[in-house]
Write a protein that binds this ligand. Structure first.
Ligand code: PEP
Ligand code: MG
Length: 574
């Protein structure tokens, strides 16, 4: 039966391929009833997984990397205790014996029982240990399922494989960077969630917020994914298939044509120069940046070096990664953002998400709470600054005192390196991200102590409109044209201009073709985006009439009427 589903397109293009359903270990563990003869083997399998997990945790505890937060050791000790408790290490064996459950299912059942008991505990501290139980169970499940339970097999068929998932974290998504897939679709997630951002960096059509795709689509069914329109067609008939094949080749032709703009300088019709930089997650993204013609890295999301591993990268490892990017970019600016961990990007071994993770210990707040971890990163970035044009960017600033504390720590790291005679750029530019309304409203004060500003519109919109960017139930409220958002962006640009420092936008708005002229009109001259968007954005800029856009943008800043705002935007894009 053919049917279609609608979601939120996060990366354009059309893919045609076979569905491959994937699931997160904890969300969907296999269930089967064992033949009696297999029970002893299943018990051995379970016990082996417990031993493997214990060995992993013990190895981690004796090799705690320098710079790890002080609580890591205690935290690993707690996980070992939970693992060793009979309720986790023995009761599942009883379930395997009495119910003939497979080991994964027995463990999951026992975890659910324990979590239900935890829910009734009054004590906050004990209740919060729920997350630790889940993490320990996840580790054992990974050991049972051969670690990579949700890594799909490599593509073998002629048609691409289309991954269908209920939900994936940004860390899960990183695992797919090396895999050749044709498209990606998920049930949940917002267009500016980090999961969507990583999906976009895979440069394949992707759609989020499809709600029931993982339930309704079956393994190997033929799918058409239109990432531009956010539409998935399941089991298309021959006519629809032919139509989409045609659209797919037209899309490819357009992409090829755009490539001619690669070495054209980005400037508006009156010759005003505009800088187009790229956002990256890992040093491996550099070839894509080079192919895009971007003239620098406007945002290196350094926290992705910390995901999908059981330890923290030490100073040498971080230094090697940052130096590689600095050297590969050959003197072009490389903006390394200090760790933006927290919220949807948690360390595998130290999940610190509270009830409201986006409002919790995230980004610079986490770094100031873990000064040793931050110090290690600062030293690594400073050392890399000797090998290229490195800039340092601080995420999620909210107050002047936070900014001063951060600058003090940067000064301290510099002093230490100088004493050790380690070379670094003593004049390394330090910038701040404007991602919280408080930061936009304080931009003038921040600008006095900073060398540049970078507006993170993904978070600025999330925090201004109070919509969780990972929650698809409020995704429809994400509105870059909201008058409050426009005022805050304009205010931040004006503050940077007054202070005589550069300002860029590095959120997803900067890569959205229909919003480029609006940002130009608001005075923006630096954009940073996923490399896949650079040429489309350049095309917009090359045909932009700046005086006209400036006039229309001023009108937009004076209206609160949504309809009028859309009309004015359409006038800019006509
Ligand atoms: C932003 O918030 O706009 C931004 C660029 O940072 P991130 O998307 O990594 O939170
Ligand atoms: Mg952000």
């Amino acid at each position: 039966m053919s049917f279609s589903m609608h979601g939120v397109g996060v990366s354009g293009g059309i893919a045609i391929g076979n569905a491959h359903l994937i699931s997160h270990a904890i969300l969907e563990v296999p269930y089967y009833v064992l033949p009696s003869a297999q029970i002893p083997d299943e018990i051995t399998r379970f016990e082996t997984a417990i031993t493997t997990t214990r060995n992993e945790l013990e190895a981690l505890r004796v090799n705690i990397p320098a710079g790890s937060p002080a609580e890591f050791s205690a935290f690993l000790g707690l996980h070992l205790l939970i693992l060793g408790d009979n309720t986790l290490s023995r009761t599942p064996i009883d379930l395997i014996k009495s119910q003939r459950f497979n080991a994964e299912w027995a463990l999951k059942q026992q975890m659910d029982t324990l979590l239900a008991q935890f829910g009734q505990i009054e004590d906050d501290y004990l209740r919060e240990r729920k997350a630790d139980v889940v993490q320990v169970v996840e580790r054992v499940l990974k050991a049972l399922l051969g670690h990579s339970s949700y890594m799909p097999p490599p593509v073998s068929a002629e048609l691409g494989r289309i991954l269908v998932a209920h939900d994936l974290s940004p860390a899960d998504m990183m695992l797919f960077k090396q895999q050749p897939f044709a498209a990606f679709i998920t049930d949940v997630g917002g267009a500016t969630s980090h999961t969507a951002i990583v999906a976009r960096s895979l440069n394949i059509p992707s759609i989020v917020a499809l709600h029931h795709a993982h339930q309704l689509i079956r393994e190997n069914e033929l799918l058409i994914v239109d990432g531009q329109q956010g539409v998935v067609i399941v089991n298309p008939d021959r006519q629809i298939l032919a139509e989409y094949k045609l659209r797919q080749s037209q899309w490819e032709i357009e992409k090829q044509k755009l490539k001619r703009l690669k070495s054209t300088a980005a400037a508006t019709l009156d010759g005003t120069a505009v800088e187009l930089h790229a956002n990256i997650e890992l040093p491996q993204d550099i070839p894509q940046v080079k192919a895009s013609g971007a003239t620098g890295i406007g945002l290196f999301r350094s926290e992705f070096l910390f995901l999908n591993r059981d330890d923290l990268p030490d100073e040498e490892e971080q230094f090697a990664a940052y130096r590689k990017v600095a050297q590969d970019m050959k003197g072009l600016p490389v903006t390394i953002r200090t760790l933006d961990l927290g919220a949807d990007k948690q360390l595998r071994f130290a999940d610190r998400s509270g009830d409201n993770p986006a409002l919790g210990l995230r980004a610079i707040r986490l770094c100031l709470a873990e000064p040793q971890m931050f110090h290690t990163q600062l030293r690594a970035i400073l050392r890399a600054s000797h090998y290229g044009k490195v800039r340092l960017l601080i995420p999620m600033l909210s107050s002047l005192s936070e900014l001063r504390q951060t600058l003090h720590l940067i000064g301290h790291a510099k002093q230490e390196l100088a004493q050790e005679s380690v070379p670094f750029d003593t004049l390394i530019p330090v910038g701040g991200m404007i991602e919280i309304p408080a930061a936009a409203l304080s931009a003038q004060a921040f600008a006095k102590s900073l060398d540049f500003l970078s507006i993170g519109t993904n978070d600025l919109i999330q925090y201004t409109l109070a919509i969780d960017r990972t929650d698809d139930t409020v995704a429809h409220l994400y509105d870059p044209l909201h008058p409050a958002v426009l005022q805050l962006i304009a205010m931040s640009i004006a503050a940077a201009d007054r202070a005589g420092i550069p300002v860029s936008v590095c959120g997803e708005m900067a890569g959205d073709a229909k919003l480029i002229r609006l940002l130009l009109g608001l005075g923006l001259r630096q954009f940073s985006m996923h490399p896949a968007h650079v040429l489309t954005v350049k095309q917009q800029i090359l045909t932009s009439d700046l005086p006209h856009l400036t006039g229309v943008a001023q009108k937009m800043l004076k209206t609160y009427e949504p309809e009028k705002l859309h009309q004015l935007l359409a006038r800019m894009n006509a």
